[in-house]
Design a protein around this ligand. Structure first.
Ligand code: SF4
Length: 451
């Protein structure tokens, strides 16, 4: 069971020296208990205490990292069953499969789509993370050539190497160098040699059980061999069985601290159907229910985009509003005569409003006031978007040096602020903008300075 902040505090030296970058030992202990600070940051804790605290405060689903630099990938580290209980930590990685049985053109197409399919939404870049390279026929030469092709073809792809042969995985891992791959394919039949190989290669190992009981057995066996970084697959290849196994695994790890299943899950929608739409549907269920990695047979925009969007929604921290920085944003190259608009810093509002302004092609200044991530009306109701605060922000924002006019366009929903703002900003003309962002382009095209 995880230690409380008070239990951790009892093990600290209580110097309150601040060398951990946190002013007091109590505050540090609370952050360690909440998983927001690492015990290593205190230089005065003994190794023994560090080991005790690290072990006790480790998440029930082990965090597994592989790759490096642009290709670094993290999975696991989860601490809850439902997102609203706290948050989900590491987004499900989306992988595309390439195999030695595919033609060069098929492999090149998948690598090209992996590199090019990238989307930006609310300031976040969304794209697939991994390429799974499968040894389809045991031919080491073909397998290592395919690994080389993938490495050369994509600098940012994290790699999963798949083979039944430990020796082939070892050869593939050697080619990857410091782009440490996840090695997949330990089964009951080859567990011993896969364990030796993964330890020598210094890579995490994926295991495939014959069913959930077999997965538990195999996980225990590999851990007894000294392997700590595992990724598990119960071997289920139907949606129903896979969903059941994923849920049982997650519940056992979180609720019962059952260590053999306390690892990220890899799932293979690509092996569950030949229908791309069905594969997308299966993937969406498994992203929602506990897959750390899903492997797809191909990447197409109409399938990848909704999956990435689902991933973004599920793995956004519900306790932390998405915000953009308070600032003056110039859109379409504004000058001293361009319109000036103001809104809140809730990122969805910002991206919708800025997108409409951009689409209008009207050069504009967009002032973003820090409202702690609250939307316009909520921020106003909470006293974070009142006339006095808006006036203070405008006066210190630097916009007065950038424009000649003194016209401010406010959101239509804040029409009632007009009078108060005119009192707070003497000499200004407060213009009530449209209620809906979609009406901004027409509004801006009509706009002229008041004086
Ligand atoms: S460095 Fe250690 S002793 Fe100093 S305040 Fe932090 S936790 Fe306490």
């Amino acid at each position: 069971m995880a230690l409380t902040g008070i239990q951790i505090l009892k093990m600290l030296p209580k110097k309150n020296c601040g060398e951990c970058a946190i002013p007091t030992c109590l505050a540090f202990a609370m952050k360690v208990a909440a998983g927001q600070a690492e015990i290593e940051k205190c230089p005065y804790v003994t190794d023994e205490t560090k080991a005790t605290i690290s072990e006790a405060s480790a998440p029930p689903i082990r965090t597994i990292k592989f790759g490096s630099g642009d290709s670094a990938f993290t999975t696991g580290g989860e601490t809850c069953l439902f997102r609203h209980e706290k948050r989900f930590e590491n987004p499900t990685g989306i992988a595309v499969l390439v195999t030695t049985a595919m033609s060069d053109a098929d492999v090149d197409g998948r690598i090209e789509r992996f590199n090019s399919l990238s989307y930006e939404r609310v300031g976040v870049i969304m794209q697939a993370d991994l390429i799974a390279v499968k040894d389809a026929d045991g031919d080491q030469g073909k397998f290592t050539a395919l690994v080389r092709k993938v490495i050369d073809g994509s600098a940012r792809a994290s790699l999963i190497l798949m083979s039944d042969k430990a020796v082939n995985l070892a050869a593939g891992a050697k080619i990857c160098g410091d782009r440490t791959p996840l090695l997949y394919g330990a089964t009951a039949d080859n567990a011993a040699e896969m364990a030796v190989m993964a330890k020598e290669a210094g890579c995490p190992l994926g295991l495939r059980g014959s069913n959930l009981d077999g997965t538990v057995e195999l996980s225990e066996k590999l851990q007894a061999e000294g392997l700590k970084d595992l990724v598990i697959d119960s071997g289920a290849r139907t949606l129903r069985a896979c969903l059941e196994d994923n849920v049982v695994s997650r519940r056992a790890a979180i609720k019962s601290k059952f260590k053999p299943l306390g690892f990220p899950i890899i799932s293979f929608p690509c092996e569950m159907t030949d229908d791309p739409m069905m594969e997308a549907m299966i993937s969406s269920v498994l992203i929602a229910k506990y897959a750390g990695i899903v492997v797809l047979s191909d990447l197409q925009g109409d399938i990848l985009f909704p999956l990435l969007l689902e991933q973004l929604n599920i793995f956004t921290d519900p306790q932390r509003p998405m915000v953009v920085q308070e600032d003056v944003y110039n859109i379409n190259g504004p000058d001293e005569n361009s319109p000036m608009l103001i809104t809140c810093n809730f990122s969805l509002t910002y991206f919708i409003v800025s997108g409409e302004i951009e689409g209008s092609k009207v050069p504009s200044w967009l002032l973003i006031k820090d409202t702690e991530g609250l939307s316009v009306l909520t921020a106003w109701a909470a006293g974070k978007f009142g006339a006095d605060l808006i006036a203070q922000f405008i006066n210190k924002s630097g916009i007065l040096d950038k424009v000649k006019h003194r016209d401010l366009i406010i959101p239509g929903y804040l029409a009632s602020l007009k009078g108060e703002l005119e009192e707070e900003l003497p000499g200004w003309t407060i213009i009530i903008g449209p209620r809906e962002a979609g009406h901004l382009p027409a509004f801006l095209k009509e706009w002229k300075p008041a004086a």
